[in-house]
Each structure stands twice: as structure tokens, then as C-alpha cells.
Design a protein around this ligand. Sequence first.
Ligand SMILES: Nc1ncnc2c1ncn2[C@@H]1O[C@H](COP(=O)(O)OP(=O)(O)OP(=O)(O)O)[C@@H](O)[C@H]1O
Ligand SMILES: [Mg+2]
Length: 446
Amino acid sequence: MSLISISTQILNRGFAFSRGFSLPRRRLLLTYLIAMISILGISEVSLYFFLIGNLNQQLNRELLTLVQAAAPSLDRVKSEGIQSLDREIPWRDLFSNQDYSLEWYDSEGTLLARKGTNFPLAPLFQTLSPEKLTENSPVFQRQGQIQTATISVYAKNPDETSLMLEGYIRAGESTQEMELILNKLRLGLGLGGTTALILVSISSIYITQEALSPMEQGVYTLRKLTSDVSHQLRTPLTRISIATEILLSKTDQIQPDEARKLSIINTAVDQIKCLVEELLFLIRIDMTSNLRELEFSRVSLKPLLKTLEEKFEVIAQSKGIDFQTHLLSKVFVRGDSVRLTRLFTNLLENSFNYTDSGGSVFLSMKLSGGNVIVSIRDTGMGIAAEDGSYIFQGFWRSESAKIRQSEGFGLGLTIAHAIAQQHQGKITVTSEIGVGSCFQVHLPLV
Ligand SMILES: Nc1ncnc2c1ncn2[C@@H]1O[C@H](COP(=O)(O)OP(=O)(O)OP(=O)(O)O)[C@@H](O)[C@H]1O
Ligand SMILES: [Mg+2]
């Protein structure tokens, strides 16, 4: 058992003439934009974090140099006080340009001396345990807007073999300057990113246009050529048809064998005329798609479907198919009644063509949301699941369809799909092989 369920809204592989370029253009543009924005975004974020990392490293290096330079002085500060260093070190010069602080602690974590800016830093052991300091040295920390580096200082025991904890040195530096640099960086990246985004958007539109315009031009030329050729073929075909009919009518002047050959020619010409008409219809739908709103009027669906009901009632009787309808009054859509008639005719024709005698066809209407759904359900041969994606493609016919109905071009559903799209609608299909099919046309109500 195979059950298919497809919607023409998700079908994009239809006959080339029945599709515009707006969807591929939008997709191409979107893909290009997403790719470019991702590349831009990833580059900017990477650059930002790389620079932050560098700035932090630079800050930590400076702090480390400071604490390491101050380490030998801890012994002197402990024994003689900070004044002992004042004679040798020009503190004012050292800290004049930077927002630094330097602190000497004993092994108990008691602050012995401080030089430089008096930052509001927490007491040493409030944010750091002595164990952590012993295990890892140096330890870098951020307290608000101050970055610190702390090291443990050891001295050799009198026996010269082991080390004894002498105390700690902590250096601090304000991160304000770094924040200032980062703010400038963010601003630069933001401005650069926005400018790049604008340029990328403009170039995406241009590239998409350039990439698709040869194809668009090609399809337009092909359409025009098909339209012109089809148009030009009409007159000679009609002439051949008239001539063969005149000859066929003179039964007394032609041999039965010649009459048979003429009738074959006549049937073949009729088929070509039919194909030409179908192609012209399809091309016109496509070429007038931009003008559709102008041509449309308010169409009452019941009378339109009633006329079809009467027409197909005759076919139903001749084929021995049970034909039932359920039509709703006062249902209006905006559209072209000739084209809508064509749409429903094509679907009904299929149901009658692909349903055996004794089967049934049911034409019904229902309202759903702001739409009317016209269903054509049959108990015919059904459509195989693997064929579901082909049925709306131009010139595709299933093998069983070719056997049942030798005539046919495989354009009926392509035309129906194009008309539904032109009316802002869609066609959905559910089908089960050997059980039947249900084609539903969804159209917006007015
Ligand atoms: N109601 C249906 N039941 C079973 N198969 C169907 C039905 N409608 C369409 N199909 C399948 O879809 C194919 C395409 O249908 P379509 O109407 O486009 O072309 P066609 O009927 O073969 O030829 P024509 O151009 O004369 O309409 C059919 O050949 C058939 O295989
Ligand atoms: Mg058909």
C-alpha cells in the first residue's frame, strides 16, 4: 500500500514556464547573505576575543614583572619597614604614569606596606586561601575594575636546604585604560561590521541579479520562442485540418484506404493543435502573472462548478461512473473564471480518465479559515508514492496512465498548478494506489 500526500506549495520542480525567478532569487540572496554575515560575525568575534586575550596577557605580564621585582624587598620591608626602600626606589617615578599598587604581606597575610594607588582591594585572605597561594603562584584575580597578581615569597632556612614562606606580594592595576581600549575596539568593530554588512547586502543583491539575469533572459527567450512558434503553428495546422476534413467529406472521390490515412493525419493534427493550445495557455498564464490582479474579478464558485457538473454528468453516464457533488452557495473568490474553469476541468478530467467504470467521483466544497477548499475525490487507479513528486511536472505521465489513456501530454496538472498559484492558492493531493485520489484546491475567499 502506498499513500501520497503532497502540496503544490512545496513543489518547485514544475515546468519551467510556470515558475518565476523570485523564489530562486530570494533563496540565493538569503544563502549568500547568511554565508557572508556568518563569515563577518565569526571574524569579528574571533578578532575581539583575540584582542581581549592579548590585552589581558599584557596586563598580567606587567603585574608579574612588578611583583617579581618587589619580591626581594619583602625581607627588608619586614625588618626595617617601607621607609627603608624609600631611599632607594623612586616610587613616585615608578607609579607616576600608571594606576598601580604594590602591597607587601607577611606569611600570616597581614599587610605590611603599600605603595602606589590605594585601590579598594579586599584583604588578601578574603579572596584567596593560603593553600591556593602556596599551590599556584602567581595568582591573577579581577576585583571590580582592578586586576591583581599575587605571589608567595620564600626564603631559604638557615640550614640552606629547605624553603620557608616569608610572605606575599600583591600588585594591582586599574583596568580602566584597558576598558577604554576595549570600548574603542567595540565601537570600531561595530562600525566596521555595520559598514561591511551594508556593503555585503548591496553586493549580494548585485551578485544575485547578475547571476540570475542570464538565466532569466534565457527562459524569457525560450518562452517567447515557444509562444511565437506555437502561435505560428496554429494557422498551418488549422489549414491542414480543414483540408483533410474537406477531403474526407468527399467520400465518393477517395479510396477507403486513402480515407483511413487521411483520418490518421487528421487525428495527429488535432493532437498537435491541442498541444499547441496547451502550451500557449501555460505560457500566457506565466507571462501575465504580473498583470493577474488587474484581470481578476469576483467569481462565484457555485455557478462555475455547476456548469462543470452538468458537462461531466454526461461523461459519467457514458463511462458508468457514479458522479456526486456537494456545492456551497455564495462562495466568492477573486480570479479569472476562464482559468478557474480550466483548473477544475483538468482535475475532473483526470478523475474520469483514471477511474474505471463502476467507480465514483465526488466533487465537493468546504470552507476552512479564510479559504474555500474544492475537493475532487475519485476511486480510480491512484498515484504511486514515488510518482508523487512528478505529477505536477510538465510532460510527465505514469506508465499506467499512458496505457489507460493514450492521448494526453502530461500538462493538465501543470496548468492546474500554475492557475492555482496565480490565484494565491495551492493544490494538495492525497492518493493511494488502487484505492483512489483526492485533489484539493485551496483558494482565498473574498
Ligand atoms: N486522478 C488521478 N488518478 C490517478 N492518477 C492521476 C490522477 N490525476 C493525475 N494523475 C497522474 O498524473 C499524471 C499527470 O496528470 P496530467 O493531468 O498532468 O496529465 P495527463 O492527464 O496524463 O495528460 P493531459 O495533459 O491530457 O492532462 C497522469 O498521467 C497520471 O499518471
Ligand atoms: Mg490530465
